[in-house]
Design a protein. Structure first.
Length: 601
């Protein structure tokens, strides 16, 4: 009998964490016994946990393995800390054996198999002569093959057989499917054809058993079938299994996965077209049994599938289905909140306008005194980071932005995209708070000094060298419309002029941005966002850059009012929104005074 590992570790002095002076052979025997006992567990998770508990008896469960001085214990724990997975590499699937932890300085825990100490590898080799459980042998033999230790080819063959034998110890499930999948890839890596064919046969048998069992575990079936489909020439039996699985599982997400596997296998163009149509039908049918946002999401998925098929008829039909949705179909709920500001505070905020002396100085004060409606960029980023810390769960939820018509506009794809959405949300919040105050300030200009005539306003705006007579009169009319109570007309006429002023500034910098016609795409200037980035690169104050972008043309959120209005998705635009775009117009007009260094004006 080998001594119990728990008794051995219990002899460890707490200060040094060393085993009592004992021959290493006996230590290895005890470790092998612990591995065999852990291998009797009912799942891989329980086996890994049982081994760690046994080898760390008397020590904290999170004790760093690298600090253990007993070589057999450290080597065994490291062996079972590697993550082994099957990954897609171009058109082939390969095994990846990776350390559990990667540090910022490229250090890993445990060390990468290729650089792990020779003494550790020696312990792994010795353990393969003492361990009897297939679960333990599969891992140790696989690591020796990865390290190219000794006759590595023979270790690979032994590892594949151990994986297959270990899988039999567990019921059909994810653990068994994973071990069979890994064993298959190990066998293929050394061209062990008989072994590989045997594992493929067992994978197919397990897949049939999973379908006939009525357990509704599609994840297990998909893991089994994907391992078979990783073969260069999967057996024809896979086709029947996929068709049976489509009938067995009625969840649209599972059916989507099944059909995509069938599409990948289909070689005939007509068959592929039929399968794509079937896939679009799956999501369209799912939408018909859903309501609200779930229905919209399913219809969007149907359109995505149709676009992937490149079948124009499918695309048009799927798009028509999505377009038929109305905002009221989405079941969205509007939340509103209000805040009260006393009259004295309002007068304090409007005092710079009232005391400006004339309407000209008052108009300049709209941007000089109040600053961008979106707020200071540095403060917005700080609030965004604070929100991320205090509401961590909200950052884990995926978001999709809807347009004014209720249809999906933008979904962040990366951490950078998600940060851009969060920043736009903070800026939009600031606009909602500040826009009513800005509207009162703009109205106070007319209340205090009267409404200037169009000629008076045009003469004022013509002072900037880049503002010609037509642009000056257009700006003048937009302000007069606002003061006359036509906020919507004011906004609709000023927003195109915002792009005009930005474009004039870029042209004045001698930046060549015009694009000639290419094929069917006519010659044109690039979009507003691109032009704003040029101004930012030439010194435009960042907070103002963010304000113009978020209000007018930010796809990652904010108002994006220029596009939404141009496409008719905004039904009614009030005084606060109009005041914000008029403030932006005044700011951009001020930059026209000195085109070479106007961003510093």
């Amino acid at each position: 009998m080998f001594p119990e590992i728990g008794n051995l570790v219990a002899q460890r002095p707490k200060a040094s964490h060393n085993l009592a002076m004992m021959p290493q052979d006996e230590q290895i025997a005890a470790v092998a016994s612990a591995i065999d006992q852990a291998g009797q567990a009912t799942s891989r998770f329980e086996a890994d946990r049982a081994l760690r508990v046994a080898l760390l008896s008397g020590m904290p469960s999170d004790f760093p393995v690298e600090e253990i001085s007993d070589l057999p214990v450290k080597a065994a724990l490291w062996a079972f800390e590697y993550e082994i997975s099957v990954e897609q590499d171009n058109n082939r699937r390969r095994l990846a054996v990776e350390p559990r932890f990667f540090g910022a300085s490229e250090e890993t825990t445990p060390p990468k198999v290729a650089v792990v100490a020779e003494e550790v590898v020696s312990v792994w080799h010795t353990l393969t002569t003492r361990v009897t459980s297939h679960w333990g042998l599969a891992r140790l033999q696989h690591l020796l093959f990865e390290r190219r230790f000794g006759r590595a080819h023979e270790y690979a063959i032994a590892a594949a057989e151990s994986y297959r034998a270990a899988a039999k110890n567990w019921e059909v499930g994810l653990d068994r499917a994973k071990f069979l999948g890994i064993g298959l890839r190990v066998a293929r890596s050394v061209n062990s054809y008989d072994q590989a064919d045997l594992i493929v046969s067992e994978l197919l048998d397990d897949a049939r058993q999973e379908l006939s069992g009525g357990g509704q575990r599609p994840g297990v079936f998909m893991r089994l079938i994907e391992s078979v489909l990783a073969e260069d020439n999967p057996p024809d039996a896979v086709n029947d299994l996929l068709e049976d699985a489509f009938t067995e599982y009625d969840d649209p997400f599972i059916r989507d996965s099944i059909l995509r596997l069938q599409i990948a296998r289909a070689s005939d163009a007509a068959a592929k077209k039929e399968l794509w149509a079937h896939l679009v039908e799956v999501w369209t049918e799912a939408a018909g049994h859903s309501e609200g946002l779930i229905r919209a999401t399913h219809l969007k998925k149907a359109l995505e599938c149709a676009e992937s098929s490149q079948d124009r008829g499918l695309v048009e039909q799927a798009a028509a289905n999505l377009q038929s949705l109305r905002k009221e179909d989405l079941g969205l709920v509007t939340f509103s909140a209000s805040t009260a500001i006393d009259d004295a505070e309002i007068e304090r905020l409007l005092a710079p306008i009232t005391g400006a002396g004339n309407w000209q100085h008052a108009l300049l004060g709209l941007y000089q005194v109040y600053g961008p409606a979106t707020g200071d960029l540095t403060q917005n980023k700080a609030r965004m980071e604070q929100h991320a810390r205090e509401f961590a769960l909200s950052n884990l939820l995926s978001k999709e932005l809807l347009g004014g018509d209720g249809l999906p506009r933008y979904r962040p794809q990366s951490d950078g995209d998600r940060e851009a959405v969060a920043l736009a949300e903070q800026e939009s919040y600031n606009i909602q708070i500040f826009a009513p105050i800005l509207a009162m300030a703009l109205s106070r200009v007319a209340d205090t000094y009267g409404i200037p005539t169009e000629n008076e306003l045009a003469e004022f705006f013509s002072q900037a060298p880049l503002t010609d007579e037509d642009l000056a009169h257009s700006l003048a009319r937009a302000f007069i419309r606002y003061w006359a109570g036509d906020a919507e007309g004011s906004a609709f006429t000023i927003i195109p002029r915002i792009e005009t002023m930005v474009r004039n500034l870029v042209i004045a910098m001698d930046r060549g941005v015009y694009r000639l016609q290419r094929d069917q795409k006519p010659g044109q200037y690039p979009g507003l966002g691109y032009l704003l980035d040029i101004l930012k690169a030439h010194g435009m104050e960042e907070s103002w850059h963010r304000c113009v972008l978020t209000v007018c043309a930010n796809p990652a959120g904010g108002w994006n009012i220029r596009n939404e209005m141009a496409h008719g998705f905004i039904d009614n635009l009030g005084m606060p929104a109009a005041a914000v775009v008029l403030q932006i117009a005044i700011y951009l007009w001020s930059l026209h005074d000195r085109p070479d260094d106007g961003a510093d004006s």
